[in-house]
Design a protein around this ligand. Structure first.
Ligand code: 6R9
Length: 659
């Protein structure tokens, strides 16, 4: 990264120590770092003891065949037993596992005993349908408790689940079912989105028509809308809810495949990321305990992600349930029926830990400060962020307007591939800096390297890598070991034919500040090369968002005859900003100057467009590739992963209208 561009985020000097009371009672203290440094594998072995094992492991890590890791070799356990039975057996069956709220306002309170019972029934029903250990089951459901039940029932009988986000098309669903040769699909008639029923079953019918591996389809009734029926279909209420509630969980090998999750595929063919049992649950459980400082007796936790993403897997289902947490699950969108819906939910359930995404925080900024101010958010004690780099101004807004100016924020960096959090503050230990994910967790070894794979000094930038295997790492890409090696291990180190060390390439740009803290700079594919300088999209975006009139920004490099690439920015004005007509022109001029002032003249955008929305993936990440197409006057590439396809029409037509 160029010196000029680095200046901005490195100039971010604000720092916030943990609240004294939290630090004094924190689940994890600074000693954890020392312990893990002294004996990394011993540290992870101690975290694995958080779980109930039927057979103890003989070896913590087998790395004799890199990059194929085996953790807790020889150990056996059942994931569903760890998430449900052991809490019920310990007398906590009446504790609320899920406060569920449907989008239309219907609610359910699901205790650990309820969840256990339903999961046993679903496990029996799946077994009756011929599903056994090692079979694959596709799950295509809205955000209802049965989504967690379906996953846990698979885990209980050793079937490998593949959850597909309910917004994906028949084609995407069909490809994923075929890639995994799923035997059963679990779906619903539909779910509620944006104030109306949104059907799922017709998409499944279309997808399954091309999937000979599928023998049965289990259909949950949620909306009550009419559905077409095929010979493969079974109603959930006639199959699961009539099954026996008795089921004894069998232990599986620590390396038994737990789930496949396809990465969103913004660029290439989706990759089926494979996670296994013991290591995955160990790290999901430990990070929930350590990073959220979760106190299962008193906290009410809410992760706003969808179960179709890895965040929903690790931090709605496996991590929180393994810890016996009480959590909120919400079915719908944040602005239905009004823009205060999220804060109303926090208020109603007295949520104490909130885990959400920068895209949502920036959306809330755009909607205006008065909306969260209208609710009682005093139950909150810890805030989390995941999914994209969080711009310092969005971080400050989150702390100020949601966190009363005093709550700690954990900005957690991780990926579908890493399975669980990797780089994040510890809330009782770390003095946080707005915009930085700070440090690798105890037991995790991350670094920033240059083109040659050499570790960069403090103050330098380059590529984020992970140096040692970690328990919840992906084990391979389903059915494609070569692609696994090629994608993640052949850029640096032994996999690239140099050195003995196997180095995992995360695909993200990053830098170390003068204290050695890590700042994420976005996907390396998005880095711009302007007149020979590498400039990160994240830094220019953060500079734009630091302007009081900008809520959200996306920046791309467009081919330019003189500079190689030129910076083209798309900015969403804040709710209160005057951005029409001449005022808009003035704002654009002002923004260009503002970026040049904060980052240096090299980073001044050639062009800035004021737009009402940005193209995002269904998990809320900005799709810069499409904006690059617009900026370079190309026809748009693949838009199937786009959340709202009308956004691109709006942006393209605005673009023709001038600067
Ligand atoms: C958990 C999840 C992974 C990619 C990752 C990075 C971006 C996630 C981030 C972050 C900066 C954070 N990312 N968390 N960037 N700071 N705290 O989102 O998984 O959907 O696989 O995406 O998301 O670019 O490489 P996944």
């Amino acid at each position: 990264m160029s010196g000029e561009a680095l200046a901005n985020l490195l100039n971010e000097t604000r720092q916030f120590p943990p609240p004294a009371e939290l630090a004094a009672n924190a689940n994890v203290t600074a000693e954890a770092y020392e312990e893990a440094t002294a004996d990394r594998l011993g540290f992870w072995a101690r975290q694995a003891e958080r779980l109930a094992w039927n057979t103890p492991w003989e070896q913590v890590l087998d790395w004799s065949n890199p990059p194929f890791a085996k953790w807790f070799v020889g150990g056996r356990l059942n994931v569903a037993y760890n998430c449900l039975d052991r809490h019920v057996e310990a007398g906590r069956g009446d504790k609320v596992a899920i406060h569920w709220e449907g989008e239309p306002g219907d609610t359910r309170t699901v205790t650990y005993a309820d969840l256990h019972k339903l999961t046993c029934q679903a496990a029996n029903a799946l077994t009756d349908l011929g599903v056994g250990a090692g079979d694959r089951v596709a799950i295509y459901l809205p955000m209802v408790p049965e989504a967690a039940v379906a996953m846990l029932a698979c885990a209980r009988i050793g079937a490998t689940h593949s959850v597909v986000f309910g917004g994906f098309s028949a084609d995407s669903l069909s490809n994923r079912i075929q890639d995994a040769s799923a035997k059963v699909v679990i779906t619903a008639d539909g779910g509620y989105r944006r104030g109306k029923p949104s059907a799922l079953k017709p998409t499944v019918d279309e997808a399954v028509a091309n999937c000979p591996s599928v023998e049965h389809v289990l259909v949950l009734r949620r909306t009550g809308e009419e559905v077409a029926w095929t010979a493969k279909d079974h109603w959930w209420h006639e199959t699961v809810e009539t099954a026996s509630t008795e089921h004894t969980a069998q232990p599986f090998d620590a390396e038994h495949p737990l789930f496949i999750l396809y990465t969103s595929g913004t660029t290439a063919r989706p990759k089926g990321i494979l996670h296994t049992t013991g290591g995955y649950l160990t790290q999901a459980s430990y990070t929930t305990h350590a990073v959220f400082d979760l106190k299962p007796e008193t906290d009410v936790y809410w992760c706003t992600a969808d179960i179709g993403w890895v965040t929903g897997h690790s931090y709605i289902v496996y991590g929180p349930l393994a810890n016996g947490a009480t959590q909120v699950m919400y079915e719908g969108t944040p602005d239905t029926p009004h823009k205060g819906r999220f804060w109303e939910i926090v208020d109603r359930y007295r949520v104490s830990i909130l885990y959400t995404a920068p895209t949502l925080i920036r959306t809330m900024m755009k909607w205006g400060d008065e909306i969260p101010a209208g609710y009682d958010l005093s139950s909150l004690r810890l805030l989390g962020s995941v999914g994209e780099p969080i711009n310092p101004e969005a971080w400050m807004w989150y702390r100020q307007h949601v966190g009363r100016g005093e709550l700690p924020i954990v900005d957690t960096w991780w990926q579908t591939e890493t399975g669980a959090m990797m780089i994040t503050p510890l809330p009782g230990v770390t003095a946080t800096k707005p915009g930085s994910a700070m440090s690798p967790l105890p037991g995790v070894v991350a670094d920033v390297v240059d083109d040659q794979g050499g570790s960069v000094p403090n103050g330098g930038g380059g590529y984020l890598v992970l140096r040692d295997p970690w328990p919840s790492m992906l084990r391979t890409i389903w059915g494609d070991d070569d692609r696994f090696i090629d994608t993640y291990w052949s850029r640096f180190g032994a996999g690239a034919g140099s050195g003995d060390e196997w180095i995992y390439f995360a695909g993200d740009g990053a830098k170390k500040d003068d204290d050695g803290h890590i700042w994420l700079l976005g996907r390396v594919d998005d880095v711009m090369l302007v007149s020979g300088h590498n400039i990160s999209t994240t830094e220019v975006e953060s500079a734009l968002v630091s302007h009081p009139s900008v809520a959200e920004a996306a920046v791309v490099g467009a081919t330019d005859p003189t500079t190689g690439q030129a910076i083209v920015a798309f900015a969403i004005p804040r709710g209160n900003a005057d951005a029409e007509g001449e005022a808009g022109e003035r704002l654009i001029a002002d923004l260009r100057t503002h970026v040049a002032k904060t980052l240096g003249p090299i980073a001044k955008p050639r062009q800035i467009m004021l737009v009402p929305e940005l193209p995002k993936t269904r998990s809320g990440k900005i799709m810069r590739r499409l904006l690059r197409d617009v900026a370079e006057n190309r026809s748009l590439g693949d838009v199937t992963t786009l959340q709202d396809s009308s956004v691109m029409e709006l942006i393209s037509s605005g673009m023709q209208g001038g600067k």
